[in-house]
Design a protein around this ligand. Structure first.
Ligand code: G
Ligand code: G
Ligand code: MN
Length: 484
């Protein structure tokens, strides 16, 4: 199934490439004429309040009108609803068919939004593929969901551009002007937040609520504490073993970040890592965490490897990746013992930059792993294009083993495919003996999960390694030599 899916993905991108090359010529001629007129208009409109591409009111204009509406509201005027509409899947059309097609699509989206926005709705372009609407008057949840559906349906019907059919979908976030006493930035932020929620859970339309306000406050507290944190003192790394199922031997550990904040206590890693990415503080954090992990791993037996997670910002800037390379070089660790984990989603945001950064790590001798494989694109083509060394099969597969079905076969297909490609595989999230038995049965190689150990502090590692060694050889004096 997976094989088939990845072949379809490959064939799809190939076909897309051919079509886009053929049509690009025709489209660019069409657009060139448009451009000449456009250039003339641009000068005239440079100071104007209009978005030049879609001819909708632009961001600046929208913010001004929003401010006016808020002031009127405060003076006892009518309440209103702010909506933010963001396209899903626009970037991939832009990337594979060119910006010309992207531009034509945006023009059409704008026209549809103008119609669907409703008679009294002011529609504007905030930038990129993000639009805003202002709807006068009070609306209940049901009405807003209905309005969101109308907008999304109008955007979702196919687009015909130079005889090719395209489709995109949209996510919508609404916020009522009465939610709190906010300025225009605060209100847009909340509509954006609702829109991102809609995008993340695939629900289409989300209305900003008081619970969302609490989430925002929590996020604000984490970001604030992170800004003023002493990362060197407050952050640490714990380690989870990776085990070879056949021999039962620990082959390495994955480093996982922990943050004990003096004001917030222990903050969940997914929460503070997301906050660090949003605020850009990850650029300061990753070198500190990597430094700590390397220093600890230096004391391990020479055959034990270290895996380390990287974020999007770590590999999207050459300054950031160069800094990490220097830290690796300055450590006493053989880079061949290091593996850096990145996710596919992260790589796809800018494939070429990601490829260059990962190649820098590999030039040093380090390895690269694709983390959480199978939940995102699951494109086996990426393994080749990026020269990936290891695939980490997402733990959701092991979780689904209990349901029976074909999950075991899907895992086996992935493991076998990795073996054929000469790529390592690690199955994540193994929690029970039963799961381990199934995995052993299908010829899985390496696993990671609570069954062997939860992430542990560094001082527990020597005892863990010697215990596992004793278990393997059945105890005895020889094992003591290995116990560090
Ligand atoms: O430990 P766990 O709850 O520990 O980790 C949650 C998430 O945070 C995982 O997706 C993991 O990949 C990520 N993560 C853990 N440590 C780090 C780190 O040092 N850097 C980055 N970028 N991500 C990390
Ligand atoms: O995204 P990444 O694979 O880096 O995430 C590692 C995360 O998985 C960490 O949060 C770690 O604590 C968690 N984890 C590791 N083993 C298991 C397991 O067996 N079960 C569950 N539920 N989580 C696990
Ligand atoms: Mn990981």
């Amino acid at each position: 199934m997976l094989l088939q899916a990845s072949m379809i993905a490959l064939a799809g991108s190939l076909a897309g490439y051919c079509i886009s090359t053929l049509t690009r010529g025709a489209i660019s001629r069409e657009i060139r004429a448009r451009m000449t007129a456009e250039t003339l208009r641009q000068t005239a409109e440079a100071q104007a309040d209009q978005d030049m591409l879609t001819e909708l009111p632009n961001r600046r204009n929208f913010f001004r009108r929003l401010r006016e509406r808020l002031e009127r509201g405060r003076a006892g005027g009518e309440e209103f609803v702010l909506g933010v509409v963001d396209l899903d899947g626009f970037k991939s059309i832009n990337d594979s068919y060119g910006h010309t097609v992207g531009d034509l699509l945006l023009i059409e989206v704008a026209a549809r939004l103008r119609d669907a926005g409703g008679g009294n709705g002011l529609v504007s372009r905030l930038g990129g593929d993000e639009f805003a609407i202002l709807i006068d008057g009070a609306r209940n949840d049901e009405q807003l969901h209905g309005h969101g559906d109308t907008i999304r349906e109008s955007i979702a019907s196919p687009y015909l551009i130079s005889d090719i059919e395209f489709s995109v979908s949209a996510s919508v976030g609404f916020v009522r002007s009465t939610i709190a006493d906010l300025d225009e930035t605060g209100l847009i932020e909340r509509a954006d937040f609702a829109m991102f929620r809609a995008k993340a859970n695939g629900s289409g339309t989300v209305i900003f609520s008081h619970e969302h306000e609490e989430d925002l406050e929590q996020i604000g507290r984490v970001e604030q504490a992170l800004r003023s944190s002493d990362k060197e003192a407050e952050m640490s790394v714990v380690f989870q073993p990776q085990v070879d199922i056949a021999s039962g031997e620990t082959t390495g550990f994955e480093a996982l970040a922990r943050w004990n904040s003096p004001s917030l206590g222990n903050v969940r890693p997914d929460v503070f890592i997301a906050a660090a990415e949003r605020t850009g503080l990850i650029e300061e954090m990753t070198p500190i965490l990597l430094g700590k992990a390397l220093k600890i791993a230096r004391d391990w037996p020479g055959d034990i490897k270290l895996s380390f997670n990287l974020s999007i910002r770590d590999i999207m800037s050459s300054t950031a990746i160069d800094k990490l390379c220097r830290i690796i070089e300055a450590s006493d660790i053989d880079p061949a013992r290091l593996e850096f984990e990145v996710t596919e989603t992260l790589i796809m945001s800018d494939f070429e930059t990601a490829r260059k950064s990962l190649a820098k790590l590999q030039t040093l001798g380090a390895r690269v792993a694709l983390d959480d494989f199978g939940v995102g694109y699951a494109n086996f083509g990426h393994i080749d294009q990026l020269d990936i060394n290891t695939i980490k099969i997402d733990r959701s597969f092991v979780t689904r083993l209990a349901d029976g079905g074909r999950t075991a076969k899907v895992i086996k297909t992935m493991v076998d495919m990795c073996a054929t490609l000469g790529v390592g595989s690690i199955i994540e999230g193994v929690e029970t003996e039963q799961e381990l038995d199934v995995l052993q049965g299908i010829g899985a190689r390496k696993v990671q999960g609570y069954y062997y150990s939860k992430p542990m502090p560094p001082d527990e590692i020597p005892a863990f390694l010697s215990r596992r060694f004793l278990a393997r050889i059945g105890g005895g004096p020889a094992s003591v030599a290995r116990a560090v």
